[in-house]
Design a protein around this ligand. Structure first.
Ligand code: FES
Length: 319
């Protein structure tokens, strides 16, 4: 994997819980280009890897900007990011994009909840530069907890953004059914935010007949239920060697494979990024990720071994 050494050039406290880090290359060189919706892996001390969406204009080559929510119940990644100060250095990956704009010839409907605004904001920047038709809805708990309010207000696309505050007047609450029904045919929908909002948006869109190829979404790490009480052990069989490896409750397939000397690339370890995707030749996975589309899950020919388990006693893996 290509990595880059960057340093914190600026740190802004957007809200009490959200800081924005501006990263530049340590050697002052331009950074790899990226497209709207991209994220980078950030490699932190203690072998922690976290994904953060880039929230600046994708035409920037001199910097990456990340918005980081401090998660009270997090596993330490967001606290480490919040502790960074100007001048601190970091190792990051080249940007990757699992949440790209699907085209700009049709209208785009952008829906963001909380910190899910980061990739959505990047999309709004891009659509605005391209002169494309779009509207953006941004839902947060309150005005004080709304990151990028000033930046959006001063942007060229300010009039395309509607803010919805949970504690605001009912007249400005997010009317999902109306927003969906107001869209012209062919509109592409992009949503990123808390799982509850994303589930509600996607379910309402599917129920009102939006085709799957016009629904685009990205979950955040932490949304996937990785372990569930009552998990049972099962076996994985390595197709190329016939080796059988037991996966006990409380252990992931990736951990058990590693203990047997079999390496699978991982990044988020939470079923979010897709890095560990592995082909399944026999058996029925118990999908715990939030990366695969419903139809991909139903095929049962691949799974994410960093978090998913097995419904059948044995899973035969194409390894
Ligand atoms: Fe990210 Fe498995 S490592 S989905």
């Amino acid at each position: 994997m290509d990595t880059h050494q960057v340093k914190v050039a600026r740190r802004m406290q957007e809200t009490p819980d959200i800081c924005v880090l501006e990263l530049v290359a340590c050697d002052g060189a331009p950074l790899p280009s990226f497209s709207a919706g991209s994220h980078v892996d950030v490699f932190l001390a203690g072998d922690m890897t976290r994904q953060y969406s880039l929230c600046n204009d994708p035409s920037d080559r001199h910097r990456y900007m990340l918005g980081v929510l401090r998660e009270q119940a997090g596993r330490g990644g967001s606290a480490a990011m919040h502790a960074l100060q100007v001048g601190d250095t970091l190792k990051i990956s080249t940007p990757k994009n699992h949440f790209a704009l699907a085209g700009t010839e049709n209208r785009s409907l952008l829906i963001a909840g909380g910190i899910g605004v980061t990739p959505i904001l990047c999309m709004a920047e891009r659509l605005s530069v391209l002169g494309a038709d779009f509207e953006m809805h941004y839902c947060t708990r309150s005005e004080e907890r709304t990151a990028f309010r000033r930046r959006i207000g001063e942007s060229a696309f300010a009039d395309r953004v509607r803010f919805h505050f949970d504690d605001g007047a009912p007249s400005q609450w997010f009317d999902l059914a109306r927003v969906l029904s107001d869209q012209p045919a062919g509109t592409q929908l992009y949503v990123c935010g808390p799982k509850g909002l994303m589930d509600a948006v996607l379910e309402a869109a599917r129920k009102s007949g939006w085709p799957e190829d016009r629904l685009h979404y990205e979950f955040f790490a932490g949304a996937a239920p990785v372990a569930i009480d009552g998990d049972s052990p099962f076996d994985v069989k390595i197709a190329s060697t016939g080796q059988v490896i037991r996966v006990d409750a409380g252990k992931t397939v990736v951990e058990c494979l590693a203990a047997a000397g079999i390496h699978v690339d991982t990044s988020c370890e939470q079923g979010v990024c897709g890095t560990c995707l592995t082909r399944v030749l026999e058996g029925e996975p118990d999908h715990r990720d939030i990366y695969l589309m419903p139809e991909e899950r139903a095929r049962n020919d691949a799974f994410l071994p960093c978090c998913s388990r097995s419904k059948s006693p044995v899973l035969v893996l194409d390894l």
